[in-house]
Design a protein around this ligand. Structure first.
Ligand code: MLT
Length: 201
């Protein structure tokens, strides 16, 4: 997968996995990584799917309606890419923490739903429920931060609460931060994410 990798400046074993929103690229979330954990290594990936020229991490049939077969295929593809990248760049595969926004948050949530050891933790900015009707793996000890807007036209608050409940049912440690806002990524939530990260990880 197209990506960029920045080594940790010091001895930190953490790698932040950055996953952009629809139409974004691997450069978009670099400022978030610096704000959340400037000591961590950074692996920022570009989604392999194009929707009218806009990169995404998996196909959708309509807004909010995911192509489930492609979601599963792309989730596995990303997980395998992480395995390979850990060997190529010699980072600790067990210390990968995802930071995703929108479509990137959805594939990060899908990694949690389908691959029990894919992520050490996750920061999900405006995620949706990636898939319904499945048993999640045991996520005991996995810290998850969710930022959501109370007026998000793409993800209603009930869907955010559903995602929280699904993750909590799988024993993840979920922290939900509400913004009086819509789907956009705000400075306020990045600062809240950084505060959460300092205590939860
Ligand atoms: C998605 O398709 O993943 C969600 O609708 C978010 C988006 O990318 O707009």
């Amino acid at each position: 997968m197209k990506h960029l990798y920045e080594k940790a400046p010091g001895a930190s074993k953490t790698t932040l996995l950055l996953l952009h929103g629809t139409g974004g690229n691997e450069y978009d979330l670099l400022p978030l990584a610096k704000c959340i954990d400037p000591e961590a290594a950074v692996l920022s990936v570009r989604g392999n799917v194009l929707e009218h020229g806009m990169p995404r991490f998996f196909r959708r049939l309509a807004e909010g309606v995911f192509d489930e077969a492609d979601l599963l295929f792309r989730t596995q593809e990303l997980n395998q890419f992480l395995d390979q990248a850990a060997e190529t760049y010699a980072f600790d595969r067990n210390q990968v923490i995802a930071i995703g926004y929108s479509n990137g948050a959805n594939i990060a949530a899908s990694l949690l739903f389908h691959h029990p050891r894919a992520l050490h933790g996750a920061l999900l900015h405006h995620p949706m429920v990636p898939r319904r009707g499945i048993e999640l793996p045991d996520l005991t000890g996995t810290p998850v931060f969710i930022a959501a807007g109370t007026n998000d036209p793409i993800c209603a608050d009930v869907e955010t609460k559903e995602l929280q409940a699904l993750l909590e049912h799988a024993n993840a440690d979920v922290s939900l931060y509400w913004l009086n806002d819509g789907h956009r990524l705000t400075t306020e939530e990045v600062e809240a994410a950084a505060r959460w990260y300092r205590t939860a990880l």
